[in-house]
Ligand binder design. Structure first.
Ligand code: PLP
Length: 465
């Protein structure tokens, strides 16, 4: 399978190179040149597969010949054996035809484990084969960092540097990152905010000279195609467990960078009957304003009780727009340039095609807490604030009550105790494998909010061996 850039000017790449690349050289994002499409009969034949075997069916075509089948299956089995629930992605039922897909059973308790536990293994495999070493530099507002570190800590071919804004991630989130042991793991608390960390990551990718041509820089955020690919699997898994593909399903997805929901859109394009995809945002609602009012306008960042969805722009939306604009790279390059500097309206017929598949809803902090409380009172089920936004949006936007509504449960509530307390509820206990988290030793360095401070730190630790 070949991958092409959404902006049409970068070379097409094979899977391995896409895995090891961040942004395309023209500033675009990589997408498959063509998607596999499956008949209902084929999808039906997957109904009894356990998660790791279904993952093989979905993921193998995207990898092409880069990894042999037996190795890939072993990798997938090992990845998902590390999850805390035998079903990997179990469904919980809230009401008649209403479900939460629990994607927080992985080692770091958020859905990002689905992709990042696999990404670490894929990178290690490919780098070992090539006898190369790589450096990961990432920024996190919480969940990406711990999942990326957990996924990469065993690799001799990777050094991983994760920046978080000093004093601005929750204690559980920080400890999940800083208590992971590994000579190749470096946590940096930056004296700045998340955007500052993000800008430094971008600057490192734009000019990698500080790595002296001896190391490649690899992205772990959702611009990395391999993350999206891994997330397609659980849409199929949930559907197959509820009578798919012989019935349609609706999905509500708590959204920040549009990565997770884009995977749902791909599942639909690959043949899974999906009636409706709901974009659920917090107060940082650029996607909701775009879909509901056809107004793409950047507003300042708001800090909410669902911090993993605090974004100004959603980078993966570009991947959807690429399809909406007939996969014309040059048209998209112009559009993205425009979107960068001004408020944009899409052509009406293009907007209509977006709205055929997507609905959207934005939920503020106080309604998030009300939803957590209401669902707990009704069912005894405790939602984390991100998932609560998904459940609320699902209830507001549902098109057909006879179609099962599945909200993606993106995090365990123990990670976001502030919202739980504001909802007037007691915080749950840490799961067994993390029960001693607060006693574990932390390891991190505080650095100034300056690019050269970061790069000097990276160089010192990468080349000291
Ligand atoms: C990252 C994250 C999201 C948003 O996912 P995107 O792929 O960026 O849309 C939602 N909820 C939680 C808990 C997350 O960690």
């Amino acid at each position: 399978m070949k991958y092409i850039s959404t902006r049409g000017q970068a070379p097409a790449l094979e899977f391995e190179d896409v895995l090891l690349t961040g942004l395309a050289s023209d500033g675009g994002l990589y997408v498959p040149e063509t998607l596999p499409h499956y008949s209902l009969e084929t999808i039906r034949s997957w109904r009894d597969l356990p998660y790791d075997q279904l993952a093989f069916k979905i993921i193998q075509p995207f990898i092409g010949g880069a990894i042999d089948d037996a190795t890939l299956q072993t990798m997938l089995t090992e990845t998902y054996a590390g999850f805390g629930h035998k079903a990997v992605a179990p469904l919980a039922q809230l009401d008649h035809n209403e479900y939460v897909l629990e994607l927080f059973q992985g080692p770091t308790l958020a859905f990002k484990d689905f992709a990042l536990q696999l990404l670490g293994r894929l990178l290690d495999h490919v780098l070992t084969k090539r006898n190369e070493k790589a450096v990961i530099i990432g920024a996190t507002s919480g969940d990406t960092g711990s999942a990326a570190i957990e996924g990469c800590k065993h690799s001799d071919h990777l050094d991983i540097f994760i920046m978080h804004p000093n004093n601005r991630v929750s204690e559980v989130q920080r400890k999940q990152m800083t208590t992971i042991k590994g000579d190749n793991v470096f946590n940096l608390a930056v004296e700045g905010n998340f955007d500052d960390c993000q800008s430094m990551v971008k600057a490192c990718f734009a000019d990698q000279a500080f790595l002296k041509g001896e190391r490649r820089l690899v992205a772990v955020n959702s611009i990395n195609w391999a993350r999206i690919m891994a997330q397609v699997v659980y849409y199929f898994y949930a559907s197959l467990n509820l009578g798919g593909p012989d019935r349609e399903m609706a999905f509500s997805v708590p959204t920040g960078n549009f990565g997770d929901i884009f995977a749902g859109y791909l599942a639909k394009k690959m043949g899974l009957p999906v009636k409706q995809l709901i974009v659920a945002t917090n107060q940082n609602d650029i996607l909701h304003r775009t879909i509901s009012q056809n107004k793409y306008e950047k507003l300042p960042l708001a800090h909410t009780l669902s911090p993993s969805m605090d974004i100004v722009v959603s980078s993966n939306f570009e991947r959807l727009l690429f399809d909406v604009y007939g996969r014309e790279g040059s048209a998209l390059a112009n559009l993205m340039d425009k979107m960068n500097v001004e408020t944009v309206e899409l052509d009406l017929e293009k907007m209509a095609s977006v709205r055929e598949t997507f609905d959207s809803h934005a939920v503020n902090d106080s309604t998030t807490c009300d939803t957590i409380k209401e669902v707990y009172d009704d069912t005894g089920y405790l939602l984390d604030p991100h998932t609560a936004i998904g459940v609320k949006a699902a209830r507001e936007c549902r098109r057909d009550a006879n179609v099962p509504m599945i909200t993606l449960g993106t995090a365990h509530p123990v990670k976001f105790t502030e919202a739980i307390e504001k909802a007037g509820l007691e915080t749950p206990a840490l799961p067994h494998h993390l029960s001693d988290l607060f006693e574990r030793e932390e390891r991190y360095d505080v650095i100034a909010n300056e690019l050269h401070a970061l790069q000097a730190y990276v160089v010192k630790h990468v080349f000291s061996e």
